[in-house]
Design a protein around this ligand. Structure first.
Ligand code: VGL
Ligand code: ZN
Length: 198
């Protein structure tokens, strides 16, 4: 079995001091770096939004961060502006071993649609290309780590399991936003999809 480590969105804006900080989001970095040695392939994902992205509360008159609105593709949480293409907030945490990465997948780069999952945008149909990359490299087994457990890690893990990959989420190397019980719901959803939670 060929194994890939998928590192989700370990970027400054999701770490303490960032625009959408996960509490202690940075403490997982040394553990993630240590796991890279055991993987046949290392993939990093990078949330990568144009300014004025439709997932930002600031793009909707009268809206405030963390409210949910209806988008053509379904409900969407509105976020503070974050991970703007080329900004310091969008850069990987400086201690993350980016040298070891074989592939960097950027997502959320289309203004009209968000993309939590590393595999599909939030319409659940537009592919990012990661599935094809992994399959053509013969990778069947995935370990997911990173930020945030209840959003991008969750959506990526569930999609990967649906696509038939053998998926483990290392919860100890993830960090959650936890909005209105989203962490508990994510854990249940991942288990139901056949994701192993370590
Ligand atoms: C994420 C909210 C908005 C994540 C990205 O990486 O989990 N969450 N954009
Ligand atoms: Zn985002």
């Amino acid at each position: 079995m060929t194994h890939a480590l998928i590192v989700i969105d370990v970027q400054n804006d999701f770490c303490p001091g960032g625009a959408l900080a996960v509490p202690e989001g940075d403490i997982i970095v040394p553990g993630i770096n240590a796991l890279m040695d055991q993987a046949d392939a290392v993939v990093l994902t990078q949330d990568w939004h144009p300014a004025g992205h439709s997932s930002f509360a600031s793009s909707h008159e009268g809206a405030v961060p963390y409210e949910v609105i209806d988008m053509p593709y379904g409900p969407q949480v509105l976020w503070p502006d974050h991970c703007i293409q080329g900004s310091t907030g969008a850069a990987f945490h400086t201690d993350l071993n980016v040298t070891r990465a074989d592939m960097i997948v950027r997502k959320g780069y289309r203004s009209a649609i968000d993309s939590y999952s590393a595999f599909f945008e939030n319409d659940q149909t537009t592919p990012t290309g990661l599935e094809g990359y992994l399959r053509t490299r013969g990778i069947t087994q995935l370990t997911l780590v990173g930020l945030a457990t209840d959003f991008c890690v969750n959506f990526s893990a569930v999609d990967a399991a649906k696509l038939g990959f053998d998926v483990t989420v290392r919860s100890d190397l993830c960090g959650a936003i936890d909005l209105n019980g989203s962490l508990g719901a994510a854990q249940e959803g991942m288990k139901a999809a056949g994701v192993k939670l370590d």
